[in-house]
Ligand binder design. Structure first.
Ligand code: HEM
Length: 181
């Protein structure tokens, strides 16, 4: 996992909790490099899982809830870092439908060693987009936060639910994104 994900996570912990909480969870997670990440470096994704578990133990907030909050925060940072991707999109569904075929493709050109999930989508109606997520890293709750952040960015309201599903015979997590009329 790219170091930028770690540095964004640590910034969020400092901002939402405190410097002390960040120091405590870095200790508790027993990281190989004591929490010294560079944005361009690449690290084992298990290390972010250890940080999130440590934060959950420290704050009594469940891991999925923390991952979702982090996804929401990350989306705000992506808007600042990559404004063109958002400006190019017609609306929230157009943006989300382009992650796999365009946005993450561009990401891979910038960071050839990025480990990205696969997304497939079906637009079921004007207000219902179904996405399928496949990744050995199982960051579906992070994805939900990113999706909810996307809805907020495009100033639409709706619900996101997840369920276990399949895409072309392979296990996948299904997200149903339904906008309010
Ligand atoms: C401007 C928009 C976006 C950019 C530039 C971007 C870029 C990235 C980057 C750099 C990574 C890290 C790869 C690594 O650590 O090796 C990543 C991972 C990921 N991205 Fe995106 N992303 C964007 C939007 C989104 C959105 C909207 C979603 C949600 C539907 C999403 C879902 C994910 C997930 C879940 C991961 C974690 C890796 C995994 O699950 O296997 N991304 N993305």
């Amino acid at each position: 996992m790219k170091g930028v994900v770690f540095t964004e996570f640590m910034d969020m912990v400092e901002e939402v909790f405190s410097d002390e909480v960040l120091d405590d969870i870095i200790d508790a997670a027993k990281l190989p490099n004591d929490g010294a990440y560079t944005t361009v470096g690449t690290y084992d994704h298990e290390e972010i899982v250890r940080l999130v578990v440590a934060l959950s133990e420290q704050t009594n907030i469940a891991v999925p809830e923390l991952l979702e909050a982090f996804g929401n925060h990350l989306l705000g940072q992506l808007v600042k870092g990559y404004p063109q991707f958002f400006a190019d999109a017609r609306d929230a569904f157009d943006f989300l439908s382009n992650i796999d075929g365009y946005i993450h493709v561009e990401v891979l050109k910038l960071y050839p060693d990025a480990e990205l999930p696969k997304f497939f989508h079906e637009q079921l109606s004007d207000t219902h987009l179904r996405m399928y997520y496949q990744s050995s890293r199982h960051f579906e709750d992070l994805a939900i936060g990113l999706i909810k952040g996307t809805l907020a960015h495009f100033q639409v309201q709706g619900n996101v639910t997840k369920s276990e599903s399949q895409w072309q015979g392979q296990a996948a997590i299904q997200f149903d994104i339904v906008l309010n009329d």
